[in-house]
Structures are given as C-alpha cells and as structure tokens.
Ligand binder design. Sequence first.
Ligand code: MRU
Length: 339
Amino acid sequence: MPETMPVRALWFGDGGLHLIDQRKLPGQRQVLHLSRVEQVAEAIRTLTVRGAPAIGVAAAYGMVLAARQPHQSPEKAARLLRSTRPTAYDLFVGIETVRKAWAAGEDPLEAADGYRARIVEECHQIGAAGAPLFRRRPRVLTHCNAGALATVEWGTSMAPLRVAWERGVPIFVWVDETRPLLQGSRLTAWELQQEKIPYAVIVDNAAGYFMASGQVDAVIVGADRIARNGDFANKIGTYEKAVVAKENGIPFYVAAPWSTFDPRRPNGASIPVEERNAAEVLRIGGRPLAPSRSAARNPAFDVTPGRFVTAYVTPAGVVAPGRVGEFASRHRTDLTGTA
Ligand code: MRU
C-alpha cells in the first residue's frame, strides 16, 4: 500500500487477508498476509488487529478463509473466531453475517465484502453526523484508538474530528496514551500525524488535570458494546474519563456503528469484560515494570453508565441517552450476533 493512501487497517486479496500489524506501530508499518482462519483468530487474540469494528471485519474474512480450507464448517470456524475476544459485539456480528451466508450456500466472500463496505459507509455517516458537535468545541480529548486502524477505514470517534478538520475547524486532540498497550500514543497519535491534525499525547492520569483546568472542550470515544439502556463498554479508563467530564461540565460523546449496539443486553451489568494476561501490565517492550513475581490485574475494558453520556453519534445521527436503545433497534436492520 503506498504511503500516501488513507490508512486502511485490512483488505482482502491474493487469496488471503492483508492486515497492518498494529503491534509494530508506530515504529514499523508491516503488512501480514493470512491465509488460514487459525491465523486470523490468533491475530485477533494478540491485538495484531484490534478495535471493535475492525475485528468484526477481520473475523468475517476469517470465515471466508475457513470456507476454503478442508475439514472446516460454518459452525466450527465461527466457534474458533468467537473464542478470541469476548467484549466487542462487532466481532460476533461479523462472524454471524458470514456464517449465515456460508450455511445457506451463498458466497462467503460476497457476504464479507458487503459487511466491510457497510462498516466503512457507517463510519463516513458518523463523521458527517458528528462533525457539527465540534464546531465551537475544537479541543477534544479521546481515549484508546477508534480511528481507521480500529474500524478498517476512517474511524468512529475520529471520523467527526476528521470531517470538522477538513471543514476548517481548528481541531486539537488530547490523546490519552492508554495503558497498558498504548493504543492512544502508538496508534491514535500515528493516525493524527498522517492527517496533520495537531495533537498532544498525555499520560492517562493527566486527563483530569486538563479537563479541570479548562483545556478540554469535549470528549469523544468509541465503544465495544452498547447495551439497550445506553451503558457501554470501552477501553479500560473510559469510565473515569466520563465521570471527570461530567464533574467539569464537559460534553462526553460515544461514536459507534450499528454493529456495536447489542439488542440483547438490557444494561451494562450483562456485558462480558475481557481480562487479559497480567504480563501486559508488568512488562513493556520486554522490560520489567515491577518486581518479579508481582501480581497484577488487567481488565481490558470497563463499563460506563449511560447517564455519563451526553449523546451517541450513530450513522443515523446524534441521539440522546434515553432514546438510544429504541433508536438503534429502529435503524439496525439485519445485523445479529450470538454472544
Ligand atoms: O483492546 P482494543 O484495542 O481492541 O480496544 C479498542 C477500544 O476500546 C476501542 O475504543 C473500541 O474498540 C472502539 S473502536 C472504533
């Protein structure tokens, strides 16, 4: 892929799935070519590809590869891919979209291509819907990475900022570094640099300081799963940012495509939260950060109650928390997942 093209996290071609190895960024832009469903499952598990919409699309193409392998079936491949990460609803929607097509004798590649196109289109719609929110609020804080790398192209939380920037709004982004895996400093900062949008990386603990001192006009984040009442899971630390934003009277927005809205979860208490290996907390780049044999806990996500959200930015427009479940069920037509 030429250096000048807009960022694309993954694409299908030459009989396999190409994806940018997100573990290597920003130091190296390395593209992997995967030809087996087992490799796709491993790439999702290890965060080689990550971000809720992107893992949904990667898994959809994983199903395509499985359909071309011997000794595979729609159920077996779906089971493997579903076991990779529990929180992002998009993963289950991507798998189910292709599983159904394959089981019905339709072309799995056509189903996966259609799913990818739909996600990218919804990100563009989110950008157009959300951009006006930032016209008079250009200093924006974000957590984790919900840009092109997390969504295949364009982004969810990043999309309104990109559109506003293109329209001449002097956007400035506060980028939480996002411990332990640094999706903010490694990936969001990298994307913003490609776009030439001004930003500053801050340690996660500094967000409250910048909010309380009047240097943040708005917060926008993505989501991994949104329950019917508007409670949502996102990268660990999101909950704290939402509480501090409310305390300081700063609007807090959540941007997501329909594949993130889970119609079967009434509230956040029922959202499964992934706990990852403690080594991600205790070591960085192979170097120890704590005495050997230290215990650690590593929840990858937290759940923020809907009452902390000012509005959700969806492909069909901006919607207030009280109405979000009903709004989503009206607009998300044929998407289903099984987890
Ligand atoms: O563990 P990750 O990097 O997959 O977590 C990603 C996030 O928490 C994103 O904010 C979320 O998936 C939304 S991506 C549009």
